[in-house]
Design a protein around this ligand. Structure first.
Ligand code: CP
Length: 312
């Protein structure tokens, strides 16, 4: 087992090896133990300064990264595009280089444009972590999703996971597909034809348009939010009709021949993709996902900081 990541930045799951994923999970397990102690902090990154740059809204990812960094004793600065000079026309590279001039070692960035994290990693002298780039990738979400599945199911090889909903606009879907396949899981996507990319089967996933059939097939259902903010045209007649076809309620969940695990990356639209009862039921591990997010992000930040020291 390697003790170093094969990558210098985390821009996507696509670039990771299976061994990287295993290393992140082993490291996260140790940090989860730390988070359950009375003093939830280690001094590992006292010499590291991290900037969290959010050019797009976030609740979970932003707070989770900030907590993870503070639990590792890093110095942390937060930047929100809404209140910055980006509004005055400054470029991404100028913005980030100005921040780096203040001796920042690592950048965690959420950005509306696909490829923004990779672009940044090629143009600035700091470790870069992608906290979501448009409809492209959200690697730490996929890692915390897999970590949470493994807590319930053990090794994911041979396990069946269906991702339901707006696959076209979802960075969570793409990162999960890569992450699950690298661990040997089978992946299906389910949703209306208009929300499933035409060439998705080339990624080796199954496609199913009937929710009940998909749920009967799977061990885990990851229910995605309809990303209205990324939809410039209408992809289905109305939210009410979407819910009738693809919303998961207790009646459907209880009608299945086995108990499946329900996941959701958040934010949830209660009553649209899942009912409130499903979101709060015993089979749902939505808050476990959020809890595990801190440990997984501690692992990613810690392992990239190790590379910072090796490269110094
Ligand atoms: N899951 C997720 O990325 O949530 P936020 O948009 O609140 O960060």
């Amino acid at each position: 087992m390697t003790n170093q990541l094969s990558v210098d930045h985390l821009v996507g799951i696509k670039e990771l090896q299976k061994e990287d994923i295993e290393l992140i999970f082993q490291t996260a397990e140790q940090f989860k133990n730390v988070l359950n102690r009375p003093i939830k902090k280690v001094p590992s990154l006292r010499d590291v300064t991290i900037a969290n740059l959010f050019f797009e809204n976030s609740t979970r990812t932003r707070l989770s990264f900030e907590l993870a960094e503070k639990r590792l004793s890093a110095d942390v600065v937060n930047f929100s595009a809404a209140s910055s000079s980006v509004k005055k026309g400054e470029t991404l590279i100028d913005t980030v280089n100005n921040i780096l001039a203040m001796k920042v070692d690592m950048v965690v960035m959420r950005h509306p444009n696909p490829g923004a994290a990779k672009f940044l990693s090629e143009h600035v002298d700091a470790k870069v972590i992608n906290a979501g780039d448009g409809a492209h990738e959200h690697p730490t979400q996929a890692l915390l999703d897999s970590y949470s599945m493994r807590e319930r199911l053990g090794d994911l090889a041979g396990k069946k996971v269906v991702i339901v909903g707006d696959i076209t606009h979802s960075r969570v879907a793409l990162s999960n597909i890569y992450c699950l396949q690298k661990q040997g899981a089978e992946v299906m996507v389910c949703g209306p034809t208009t929300l499933i990319p035409k060439y998705i089967h080339e990624l080796g996933v199954l496609v199913e348009h009937d929710l009940q059939t998909a749920l009967e097939w799977c061990d885990v259902a990851n229910m995605l939010r309809i990303q209205l903010e990324r939809q410039d045209v209408k992809y289905f007649p109305s939210l009410r009709e979407y819910t009738m076809m693809y919303g998961l309620d207790m009646k459907m969940l209880n009608s299945l021949s086995k108990k499946i695990i329900i996941m959701h990356p958040g934010p949830i639209n209660r009553g649209v993709e899942i009912s409130s009862e499903v979101a709060d039921c015993d089979q749902a591990i939505i808050l476990d996902q959020v809890e595990n997010g801190v440990a997984v992000r501690m692992a990613v930040v810690y392992l990239l900081a190790q590379k910072l020291r090796i490269n110094a």
